[in-house]
Design a protein around this ligand. Structure first.
Ligand code: PLP
Length: 319
């Protein structure tokens, strides 16, 4: 049985209908699945990805959860907060020996009781290797390891549950993609055979197709099934705005415009790029009247203040 979420978790996450001209002017309906509202500190797809991993750790009797991430990682913040809520000790292996322990994300993680260990970028790149797991074992002893980004099959399974919270058949479902775990989960749980769109927030997002294919192969093990599930998964790789955590004035303008029209704030690392990709797609391929599109707000709002601090831009200040 999955851990029962304390009552402060808002699940199923709220579904909000919004007006957004590129989509709704054609007579289609746009919903935003507000996973960002699941929990103030364990928000969005990060809770969905952690859920079954925490359950497995509990079943194995592991009291310590170790994971890895960048210095501003939403996954690090979410794991630290969830660990505290569910009674696990947590440790985070952070990319870069020079990572600032006092940045808002790492400060928050440590306040939740997470032990932070910083390693070189070169060592970080070996995540998944024997050397890396030996290092973690030597450093921490018995533990349950969650890959960076919550990127494993249990993480994907938790994300797939989102579709079961909808009581209609969406024609299109949109998500931001980092590791592609959320996309994989949605892709394999796609019983209604909706069109699933993933927008890469990284440069070189073509690897996502491979990630999805390998996930489908592990899940179904039958090429014929994989082929028809696969054709419902669409990956957009042109909306990264220069790469992970990079942005341009055009993206900031878009975030403001999206907020003014829908009343929903996005984050510059993930959800703004996904919403931008959806808007541009809708301009080129307008939805038909009556279609129902669902945009998943995967969360990430904890990344906004550090972004504003680093860039000197107040994104929603003048809206
Ligand atoms: C981590 C994250 C993603 C990326 O999810 P993947 O499953 O790694 O593709 C998308 N949106 C937000 C807000 C995130 O924090």
């Amino acid at each position: 049985m999955p851990p029962v979420a304390p009552s402060e978790f808002k699940l199923p996450s709220p579904l909000q209908e919004v007006k957004y001209p590129p989509i709704t002017d054609c007579g289609a309906v746009l919903y935003i699945k507000r996973d960002d509202l699941i929990h103030p500190e364990v928000s969005g797809n990060k809770w969905r990805k952690l859920k079954y991993n925490f359950e497995k750790a509990r079943l194995r009797g592991n009291r310590l959860i170790v994971t890895a991430g960048g210095a501003f990682s939403n996954h690090i913040a979410a794991t630290a907060a969830a660990g505290q809520l569910f009674g696990f000790r947590t440790a985070g292996v952070i990319r870069g020996e020079d990572a600032d322990l006092n940045n808002p994300t790492l400060r928050f993680a440590q306040d939740c009781g997470m032990e932070i260990v910083r390693i070189s970028r070169a060592a970080y790149r070996t995540e998944g290797s024997h050397d890396f797991s030996d290092m973690v074992k030597t450093r921490f002893g018995a533990h349950y390891y969650i890959p960076s980004g919550g990127a494993n099959d249990l993480g994907a399974a938790g994300c797939g549950e989102l579709l079961g919270e909808l009581d209609f058949r969406p024609d299109a479902v949109w998500t931001a993609c980092g590791t592609g775990t959320t996309l994989c989960g949605l892709g394999t749980a796609n019983a209604a055979r909706s069109e699933i769109f993933g927008v890469s927030v990284l440069k070189g997002g073509a690897f996502l197709r491979d990630t999805a294919d390998r996930h489908l192969a592990r899940t179904f093990g039958d090429p014929e099934t994989e082929a028809y599930i696969r054709e419902k998964i669409h990956i957009l790789t042109d909306h990264h705005f220069g790469g992970y955590a990079k942005s341009t004035p055009e993206l900031i303008d878009f975030m403001r415009e999206f907020y003014r029209t829908t009343g929903v704030k996005t984050d510059p690392i993930y959800t703004a790029k996904a919403a931008f990709g959806m808007a541009r797609f809708a301009e080129r391929h307008p939805p038909k009247k009556g279609e129902k599109w669902v945009f998943i707000h995967t969360g990430g709002m904890q990344g906004l203040p550090p972004f504003e601090e680093k860039s000197g831009i107040s994104v929603f200040g003048n809206c």
